[in-house]
Design a protein around this ligand. Structure first.
Ligand code: SIN
Length: 475
């Protein structure tokens, strides 16, 4: 297993030789020691990317496309191995991890198809005297800072379109999950990505390492997925160099169930929206607004489904919910639940951490949650579903929008017209209408309000890594 830094196509120790430990969240045991990049390593990685940048940008789109297609293939061919690494360091179930590898790989297949379709326009100026040529060169070297919840897919969602556009990159993976990132980098090199185009600097010292990278002259863009709080800090730092920024930040998704919804479908959708990848996604349903006439029925069915989940190590047969990523995550969920209960909420199932090694919290449904409870204001990032009753459509739309986050929303109703009308009024970049999951490499993923800037996936995803240049000429 690779545990060094990957810079300029070579595996190297960190400057000074330090390492940091990676643990298994299901057991707390040490899994590996990984090279701990320093600011000097970040500078070396940026310099390697800068050297590779012009050659990669000048590589024919068809060639880039074929390399991306080979990246898709090699990731698919290594599904089992990558999935096991993901379970080992992230804790999600093997089924979810396999799903993540397919999702991660698909960003390369989609963007292989985009690489040859980054088209511009040519037009005549309104006066008729001049020509206006508009095209989209790559933005240049990109620094990517990625999270632990999708150790493979949140990297490929950035790398694949960046590579398609002709950008070289420096990736700083999350310290909880660097092993998958290292193996992905190795496989991409095997698939034909030239030296220096992808560089990887795992570190336990994120702030100084990322700062050193973004301060370096050749860097032209910063792409981040993670919390809104960290996103704000990165945006401030990037402002000093006026870097282009793509930010995929936190969510606080409302999940609205109208009384006319197919309740079986709503419960099934709720389970996916809440529990996908062990309840640790930024698109996770965070607040369940349920219309009064079906509140009791929906709550009972959801509680039954949550209570029946098998919780344990992601490697164990039949497990449907793995651990949270670390102790701090369990403490945070525990405190949110305790504060909701102190405010009058009642657990229909679960309600506490599990008394076993590792970082486990019981799948929980809370009824009687006050609309302004702390748990409705914070991204839970754990297996807890707070139920909030509603009686009025205007009021539920206002409550759903009463948050600075605007990443994802869900609407369940039997009336498609009403569903569309409500969906359009939810201030979120993505809506699941009678669906519990929306993520797709072919669709634009991203948020409104403080959930982010820019979109990943779809054609928009490639354009994020492009500049727009206009050439004025006359002939
Ligand atoms: C995320 O949680 O950051 C991404 C979720 C997804 O891609 O579905």
């Amino acid at each position: 297993m690779r545990t060094q830094l990957f810079i300029g196509g070579r595996w190297v120790d960190a400057d000074g030789g330090a390492t940091f430990g990676v643990t298994d969240p299901a057991t707390g045991e040490l899994v590996a020691e990984v090279a701990d990049a320093t600011p000097a390593d970040a500078v070396a990685a940026v310099d390697a990317a800068a050297e590779a940048q012009p050659r990669w940008a000048a590589t024919a789109p068809r060639t880039r496309s074929e390399i991306l297609r080979a990246c898709w293939q090699i990731l698919v061919d290594h599904t089992d191995e990558l999935a096991e690494l993901i379970v080992r360091e992230n804790g999600k179930t093997l089924a979810d991890a396999r799903g993540e590898v397919a999702y991660a790989a698909e960003f390369f297949r989609w963007n292989a198809e985009e690489a040859v379709r980054i088209l511009g326009t040519i037009g005549v100026s309104p006066s008729g005297a001049n020509r206006m040529i508009v095209h989209h060169p790559p933005v240049g070297v990109v620094v990517m800072v990625t999270p632990w919840n999708f150790p493979a897919a949140m990297i490929t969602r950035k790398l694949a379109p960046a590579l398609a556009a002709g950008c070289a990159a420096v990736v700083k993976p999350a310290p909880d999950t660097p092993l998958t990132a290292l193996r992905v980098a190795e496989l991409l090199a095997e698939a034909g990505v030239p030296d220096g185009v992808v560089n990887l600097v795992p570190t336990s010292n994120a702030g100084p390492v990322v700062d050193a990278a973004v301060d370096r002259t050749p860097v032209r863009m910063l792409s981040f997925t993670g919390s809104t709080a960290t996103g704000r800090l990165l945006l401030r730092r990037a402002a000093d160099r006026v870097l282009k920024c793509a930010m995929e930040l936190g969510g606080n998704a409302p999940f609205i169930v109208f009384a006319d919804a197919d309740l079986d479908a709503a419960v099934e959708g709720a389970m996916v929206a809440k529990m996908r990848h062990s309840a640790q996604t930024c698109t996770a349903a965070n607040r369940f607004f349920v219309e009064e006439p079906v509140l009791e029925d929906f709550g009972a069915r959801l509680a039954e489904a949550m209570a029946s989940l098998r919780v344990g190590s992601g490697f164990d047969e039949g497990v449907q919910c793995g651990p949270l990523i670390n102790e701090a995550a369990v403490t945070k969920v525990d405190e949110l639940v305790a504060s909701a209960v102190a405010g009058g909420a009642r657990p229909l199932t679960g309600g506490s951490r599990l008394d076993r090694p590792g970082h486990f919290f019981a799948p929980t449904v809370l009824e009687g949650v006050a609309a302004d409870a702390d748990i409705t204001r914070h991204e839970i990032f754990g297996p807890v579903a707070p139920l909030i009753p509603f009686t009025d459509t205007e009021a539920v739309i206002a409550a759903a929008n009463d948050t600075e986050a605007g990443l994802m929303g869900y609407v369940f109703t039997g009336d498609l017209g009403r569903g569309l009308a409500v969906a359009e009024r939810i201030e979120a970049g993505m809506i699941g209408l009678n669906r519990g999951v929306a993520s797709d490499p072919a669709a634009p993923f991203g948020g409104m309000k403080q959930s982010g800037l820019g979109r990943e996936g779809a054609h928009e995803g490639v354009l994020e890594f492009c500049e727009t240049q206009y050439i004025a000429t006359t002939w």
